[in-house]
Design a protein around this ligand. Sequence first.
Ligand code: RRO
Length: 300
Amino acid sequence: MTDISAKIAGVELENCVFNAAGPKDVTLEELEAIAKSASSAITMKSCTLDPRTGNAEPRYYDLPEGSINSMGLPNLGYREYVNFTSVLKQHGKPVVASVSGLKLEDNVEIVSAFNDSEADLIELNLSCPNIAGKPQVCYDFEQSDEVLKQVVRVCKKPIGVKLSPYFDFVHFEQMAEILQKHRIAFATCINSIGNALVIDPEKESVVIKPKGGFGGLGGKYVKYTALANVNKFHELLPEIPIIGCGGVYTGTDVFEFILAGASAVQAGSVFMQQGPDSESVYAKERLRKIGRFHGEIKDV
Ligand code: RRO
């Protein structure tokens, strides 16, 4: 059988594709559906100190080749997700806690709580685009440096970061330097592309309610930006596993991320639209290519 396994910070994944934080991973019921699916790990919804109902609806909209969302971090509060870890671990898969505190002290408290949980990996979300008045932390390099300093100090689990896309080489270099300085265990590239605007020309209106229709763009529209981010961070930080995320709909997309330098891949919009057993992502004949791949992406 072809080996399509992966390893992130010492944590073994049976196959290299699992769910991205966000789609249908808020409740225990949703998380157990992921646990029973082909997803090789169970990533839980980004959590905050206290429960949140999130932004006003409509706040998610399917696009022909992706999605736009402004969910606004609806979640049950971190204590529930700490408790869920022991239930979810019974399914025999790694559990990934996604942490998105609204301020530095919250992140320190939440990460400390997950130390005493059965989570295998912690993904610190520095890139949520949808909280009014809260800019994406990872676009502020000084703030990112400080958050990582404080959070890494208390964290006893492998901790990685979820990043927004960068569009300039100097920004890749600045963030890579920070990740290296704090010995970050992995980086997930990319979150949705923040503050996109989708307009319905028939209705002459925006399609989601929060923030005047502005939201995070995901799916095939962002794949090439995601591939570039994976490739650049892999080049700058060859020792750190990079998890690719953005526009993964098929096994061929997965293979492109592996070619770009990803160690594993997360699926977001496709899980929202097709569920965590998405046939197109897990089609064996497409994933088999990955098992045969042992090299570097070629120049033309
Ligand atoms: O909940 C959201 O609105 C959300 C989050 Br936390 C995130 O990291 N990325 C996204 O597209 N939506």
